[in-house]
Design a protein around this ligand. Sequence first.
Ligand SMILES: NC(=O)c1ccc[n+]([C@@H]2O[C@H](COP(=O)([O-])OP(=O)(O)OC[C@H]3O[C@@H](n4cnc5c(N)ncnc54)[C@H](O)[C@@H]3O)[C@@H](O)[C@H]2O)c1
Length: 381
Amino acid sequence: MATRRLGLILSGVTGRIGVNQHLGHAVTALRETPITLANGDRLELDPVLVGRNAGKLEKIARRFGVERWTTDLDAALSDQNDSVFFDSALTGVRFGNVRRALAAGKHVLCDKPLAPTHAEAEELTRLANEMKLKNGVMMANLWLPGMRKLKTLVDAGFFDKVLRIRGEHGYWVFAGNLRPGQRPSWNYRKEDGGGVVLDMMCHWHYMIEPLFGRIRRVTCAARTFAPRRWDESGAPYDATADDTGAVICELESGALAQIDLSWCTRVRRDDLMVMQVDGSGGSAVTGIFDCLTQHASQTPSLVWNAEDRAATDYRAGWLPVPDLPPLGNAFKVHWELFLRHVCDDAPYPWDFAMAARGIELAEACYRSSANYSWETLSATP
Ligand SMILES: NC(=O)c1ccc[n+]([C@@H]2O[C@H](COP(=O)([O-])OP(=O)(O)OC[C@H]3O[C@@H](n4cnc5c(N)ncnc54)[C@H](O)[C@@H]3O)[C@@H](O)[C@H]2O)c1
């Protein structure tokens, strides 16, 4: 069996998601167990780590058995032997990094969001398409067990007509003074690409539109409920980005999707991320792992009673969707799909154009919040 080498330039893999998911669970796993390409060749991934801190890079490279690292992005991009660029640096530098990589003729995969603004996301889409470079954005939630189960219900026509969707995501993120914040401080600075609406609505976009159809318009209230936080070094800073968003999307079908996002909430729900879909044929509630259904025929006939405690256990009467064959780590699944797209030209719909639509949605949310308005998204092209 022959091997095919593919040089990967990995930027931002000293960060939280970069080191754990992209470098650890995805690239390292795919180096240990290489993909077999369509012609039978084994794909040998040869990464070079790029970042700003030589000490950190060296340590991480050693930990993952990576031979190459550099603090010089331009030098890495000018190496013709490395044809794929990946970026999971903080959101505020994504646009610049990806544009440089495209200009250097690299195929690009990056984490979400593709860019802080829709205009920038469109520019990257145009550039990648003009240069005929493969492009993709990580949409890892699609491969979560709960989301895969939900998709089987949609595909089987379980919901009949989808009427409403309710999504909830969030938990309490400490301000950083009494206890360390669990998320990087840039998440709370607009100027670094922070903001829960930008961060999360690009996820909700790809979890809603492919399954339930296009979003026609949106209204949103974005708020910063914790205006002062403390960063990784313990220094106080003003939170300039939203930490909470209440979003209502109206789909072209007429269905409503209410999305609740917050880093200022305490969790009393089945999972950190939960989506309930109500259809005329039945309802489903999905989390990261589990998906429970209640068919129309199993729906209890509930009545309001404020005098006595309910005799009905509202959580009973829901049936779990059985587990599907495991796919493994969601980031690894998505990486493999992208690499097959690059090497074998395999179909890959999760491209910059699709990701730019998620940014269009997030940006419309912010406009709506500023103007107390409903904002219309572009119609089906
Ligand atoms: N797909 C997902 O589910 C998911 C989850 C979390 C984060 N993310 C995305 O991943 C990205 C990183 O998030 P994170 O939580 O890992 O953040 P992080 O702060 O842990 O890591 C940020 C990375 O960017 C680098 N960096 C910071 N400032 C930089 C600068 N000025 N120039 C170049 N590099 C710089 C850091 O060295 C680090 O490698 C964000 O875009 C975020 O939206 C995606």
